[in-house]
Ligand binder design. Structure first.
Ligand SMILES: C[S@@+](CC[C@H](N)C(=O)[O-])C[C@H]1O[C@@H](n2cnc3c(N)ncnc32)[C@H](O)[C@@H]1O
Length: 264
């Protein structure tokens, strides 16, 4: 059991610190902060998360393509791709994630502490692919596609795995709407070239946390220096998500775009 002083993720932005804690305590390892895609061949969270990464990898060109990983999380994806021979750079605004990743994978990790919206094309150099593994929901669509347009050449590939709303929702924390994301993409010269739905396979991840949050309540509060209110909020949010997945309001998709010539 790690001691409190060995919790380098304690100050990750809430709720990523809580999710990291629960997965680590439950599974004994925490490679990712994304949903699992559960099926008969991938019945555990770690297997289901690996399947999600494999789905993303299936859409990449062969190495040594030049990749940008937006929102590195715990950096497992970036480390894999680097070892596979890709020329990859990762970004995150969270310097604690970078420290965590460097402690795990070495000080020579090609990662930068910057928001995607602020990324300077001159700093990053030429790219073939930009991917957002559950990071697109943190970035306003206009900023996402205008910056991607400045970073990718014509023909460049943009991949997103994430969850979206299928109708307008205005509550605090509501997910981005898929239709408005697609309209913004078109406006910035990004053509949708592929879309796969994984909603049914992703949804059990919500139950995974709903079952475990009450069980880990005490250690979340004591070791992450949070309150019962934080745990209650996550449970309430999880119940809301479960209902919204159930009625099709929330969906989990892989979206693939190509940068094309802008229509006048
Ligand atoms: C849910 S985590 C996913 C992490 C990782 N991609 C994975 O699949 O495990 C979201 C990631 O997006 C990052 N993020 C949040 N806002 C961002 C922004 N504006 N630009 C770049 N990354 C951002 C977070 O710091 C975090 O690394």
């Amino acid at each position: 059991m790690p001691s409190e002083s060995s919790l380098p993720y304690r100050d990750f932005l809430y709720p990523l610190n809580v999710l990291t804690h629960v997965i680590l305590r439950e599974e004994g390892a925490v490679p990712y902060l994304h949903y699992g895609l559960f099926d008969d061949a991938h019945p555990t969270l770690l297997e289901a998360q690996e399947r999600s990464t494999a789905v993303l990898f299936d859409h990449l060109p062969a190495p040594p393509a030049r990749l940008l990983d937006v929102g590195i999380g715990l950096c497992t994806t970036l480390d894999r791709l680097r070892r596979d021979g890709y020329a990859i750079t990762g970004i995150t605004p969270d310097v604690l994630q970078i420290a965590f990743a460097r402690a795990r994978f070495g000080n020579d990790l090609p990662v930068l502490a910057v928001r995607f919206e602020d990324l300077d094309p001159a700093v990053i150099g030429p790219l073939d692919v930009i991917f957002f593994q559950e990071s697109s929901q943190y970035i306003p669509h206009q900023a996402l596609f205008s910056r991607a347009g400045a970073l990718l050449p014509l023909g460049g590939l943009l991949l997103i795995t994430d969850e979206f709303a299928t109708r307008p929702l205005h509550g605090v924390g509501a997910l981005h709407q898929r239709a408005s994301l697609l309209a913004t993409a078109r406006h910035h010269g990004f053509e949708l070239t592929g879309e796969q739905d994984y909603s049914a396979d992703a949804a059990p991840t919500i139950d995974y946390f709903l079952e475990r949050l009450p069980r880990y309540r005490h250690s979340i509060v004591a070791e992450l220096h949070l309150t019962d209110r934080h745990v209650d909020e996550l449970i309430a949010s999880g119940r809301g998500y479960r209902a919204l997945y159930h009625d099709g309001t929330y969906v989990y998709r892989l979206l693939q775009f190509r940068r094309v010539v802008l229509e006048s």
